[in-house]
Design a binder for this molecule. Structure first.
Ligand code: PGA
Length: 251
């Protein structure tokens, strides 16, 4: 059985006091929930304090990015070991906002995925088509290139350790969610692609859906065979919404 994961991507929101307050609120309601697995990804500056707040709860901590080198003269960047030592378990890699605003290519994402795995972080690797791709019928081609490029060189054992998030770019922060059927179609395509490349490793990978997930539409999405959770942006900042998503997502 695949692990169901509900991950909150707080993006560039929340000062450290605000972040710890939100984390405390989550602990009060879902802090002992083992299934689904709950992961929160605050900004870097809040990670250390949120890590302390989460101690003793079942909520996991994630980062929103990392650099693809272990240390050195890379001003402003963060190495995976820095994240691990403060209690971060997951790291979002290749989010469409990183790809779009920070020119992250599949090969950069691939470097990051490899280093995250080597270091012991669990990568949440994001893929997703833009609206013109979908309108031209190119969704599967685009996703295939991103999957192949981002996961290049990994073996079957490594692939078992990663999480994938399918996030159609046109659905992120727009209020336009893919219908459960549209999302399932792409999730099933992703699993098929993974099966071709990584054989049995593909069956256990959790593939999350992301893009305007909220407490109202989560259950319908989570009911689909190949949707194993959600990567939630805006609604993860609103405690009632995020708890609603966790509660309606099943185990
Ligand atoms: P959204 O963002 O839920 O606000 O659409 C999802 C994401 O970017 O991960």
């Amino acid at each position: 059985m695949r692990l169901k994961i509900i991950a909150g991507n707080w993006k560039m929101n929340k000062t450290t006091p605000e972040a710890t307050e939100l984390a405390r609120g989550l602990i009060a309601s879902v802090g002992q929930t083992e299934r689904p697995r709950v992961v929160i990804c605050p900004p870097y500056t809040a990670l250390s304090e949120v890590a302390k707040t989460l101690k003793g709860s079942s909520i996991f901590l994630g980062a929103q990015n990392m650099y693809f080198k272990e240390s050195g003269a890379y001003t402003g960047e963060i190495a995976p070991s820095m994240l691990l030592t403060i209690g971060v378990a997951y790291v979002i890699l290749g989010h469409s906002e990183r790809r779009e605003y920070f020119a992250e290519s599949d090969s950069i994402v691939n470097e990051k995925v490899k280093l995250a795995l080597k270091t012991g972080l669990i990568p949440i690797v994001c893929v997703g088509e833009k609206l013109p791709d979908r309108e031209k019928g190119l969704t599967e081609e685009v996703i295939a290139v991103q999957i192949d490029g981002s996961l290049a060189g990994l073996g079957e054992e490594e692939i078992r350790k990663i999480v994938i998030a399918y996030e159609p770019v046109w659905a992120i922060g727009t209020g336009k969610t893919a219908t459960p059927e549209m999302a399932q179609q792409v999730h099933s395509f992703i699993r098929k692609r993974l099966r071709e490349r990584f054989a049995a490793g593909a069956e256990t990978i959790s593939i999350l859906y992301g893009g305007s997930v909220n407490a109202e539409n989560a259950a319908g999405l989570m009911n689909q065979d190949d949707i194993d959770g959600a990567l939630v942006g805006g609604a993860s900042l609103k405690i009632d919404q995020f708890i609603g998503i966790i509660r309606s997502s099943g185990k």
